[in-house]
Write a protein of this length. Structure first.
Lengths: 115, 228
C-alpha cells in the first residue's frame, strides 16, 4: 500500500499549483494513471480523500483517466495495445514485445479551478 | 452561484522527484564503475539467503557491499554481515518499499571505499517497489518454486519492470510438484525475452551460472575503463 504516499504527493503538488496561481480554489484534479504504474485506482481514490483532509484541497475530486498499456510491435513497426496485462504481445498480430511505450503514467494532467 | 470551473493543464509526473534522484544515482554508479543490482520479491522468496551466498562467493574477487531494506528488524542485515561484506540496513518503518532518496541517503556518508558491486535488497513486496526506480543497473525479481507457477500473471507489473527473473529454492521443486515449463511460459508472457536463472542458494546448484551472469555484466565496464 503506497497509495497514501502517492495521494499525499498529488495533494502537495496541487497545493503548489494553487498557490502559484494566486491561491485559486481547486475543484478537481485530473490524473493520468497507467495500468503499469503499480498504483491501484480504488486504493488511490480513498487515499486521496484522506490526504485532502485539513488542506485547501478538502472536498476536491480526483478524476482518474486510466491509460492502457501499449508496446512497440517490431512486426507491425508501430505502437500497439497489448493483448492483456498478463500477455505482453501485440493485440493485432501476436508478436511478443517488452518495449512498453505507454501505460506507466502517473501524472497530474490538469486542474479544475473554480472561483 | 458557481461559475463554470476552468481547466488548466499541468502535466506533472508525481514520481518526478524519485526519478530525478534515481537518474543521479545511475550516473554516480556509472562514474564509479559500480554495477548496482536490486532484488525484489515476495516476503520469504529467499532474497537474503541468495544475497548472503552471493556476497560470500564474490568477495574474494570483487569489492561488494549491500543495502538492505526492511520494515522493522535488523535480522537481514545481520545475516548478510556474516558474509564479511559491508552491509547497511535501511529501516523503512511502515513504508512497504525503498525509494531512491533512501538509497542516496544510505550511500552518503557510508565509507565503503571503491566498489565493484552494490546490491540493494528491497522490502519483500511484489506490488509497491515496481513504481520506484532506484537507479539500479539491473533489477532481479525472485520467485521461489513453492510460490506457484501463476505468480507472474498475478503480479505482471513487477515482473515486467525486472531485467532478470531468478527462480529460487529449486531443491524443493520435486516436493511441491513444480512445473518448470508453465512458470517459464508465464514469466515470458509478462516480460518477453527476459533471462530466467534457476538456482538453489542452499545446495549451490545454479549459483555458478548466476555469478557468471553478474560478472559478465560487470566486465564490459572494466574493459572499457582500462581501454581509455
Amino acid at each position: 500500500m503506497h497509495e497514501l504516499s502517492i495521494a499525499m504527493s498529488i495533494v502537495e503538488m496541487a497545493q503548489e499549483e494553487a498557490e502559484l496561481r494566486g491561491n485559486v480554489h481547486i475543484q478537481a484534479v485530473h490524473l493520468r494513471l497507467g495500468l503499469l504504474s503499480g498504483v491501484v485506482k480504488d486504493a488511490l481514490l480513498s487515499s486521496y480523500e484522506m490526504a485532502c483532509e485539513t488542506t485547501v484541497l478538502e472536498g476536491s475530486r480526483l478524476i482518474i483517466d486510466e491509460i492502457p498499456v501499449e508496446i512497440y510491435c517490431s512486426k507491425c513497426r508501430t505502437q500497439r495495445p497489448v493483448h492483456s496485462i498478463q500477455y505482453f504481445c501485440c493485440a493485432e498480430c501476436g508478436t511478443p514485445s517488452a518495449k512498453v511505450t505507454r501505460g506507466k503514467e502517473l501524472e497530474v494532467f490538469a486542474l479544475e479551478i473554480g472561483e | 452561484m458557481n461559475p463554470e470551473p476552468r481547466m488548466v493543464e499541468v502535466r506533472k509526473n508525481i514520481l518526478k522527484q524519485n526519478d530525478v534522484i534515481a537518474r543521479a544515482l545511475r550516473e554516480r554508479f556509472r562514474n564509479d564503475e559500480i554495477l548496482a543490482v536490486s532484488l525484489v520479491s515476495s516476503p520469504g522468496s529467499g532474497k537474503t539467503t541468495l544475497l548472503e551466498r552471493t556476497l560470500t562467493l564474490l568477495r574474494p574477487r570483487y569489492r561488494v557491499a549491500a543495502l538492505v531494506g526492511d520494515l522493522a528488524t535488523e535480522h537481514d542485515s545481520q545475516r548478510l554481515a556474516r558474509s564479511g561484506a559491508p552491509v547497511k540496513q535501511i529501516t523503512t518503518g511502515t513504508l512497504c518499499h525503498l525509494e531512491a532518496n533512501m538509497i542516496q541517503k544510505a550511500l552518503d556518508g557510508w565509507d565503503v571505499g571503491k566498489l565493484d558491486f552494490l546490491f540493494v535488497e528491497n522490502v519483500g513486496n511484489l506490488v509497491c517497489p515496481s513504481s520506484y526506480d532506484l537507479g539500479e543497473d539491473l533489477r532481479l525479481v525472485l520467485l521461489s518454486v513453492t510460490e506457484g507457477e501463476d505468480k507472474p500473471l498475478k503480479y505482471p507489473t513487477i515482473f515486467n519492470s525486472a531485467d532478470v527473473a531468478v527462480v529460487t529454492k529449486t531443491d524443493l521443486a520435486a516436493a511441491v510438484d513444480f512445473d518448470e515449463q508453465t512458470l517459464d511460459r508465464n514469466i515470458q508472457a509478462v516480460r518477453p525475452g527476459i533471462q530466467i536463472l534457476k538456482l538453489s542458494a542452499k545446495t549451490g546448484k545454479g549459483m555458478r551460472e548466476f555469478l557468471d551472469y553478474l560478472q559478465k555484466l560487470r566486465q564490459p565496464r572494466s574493459q572499457a575503463a582500462s581501454a581509455v
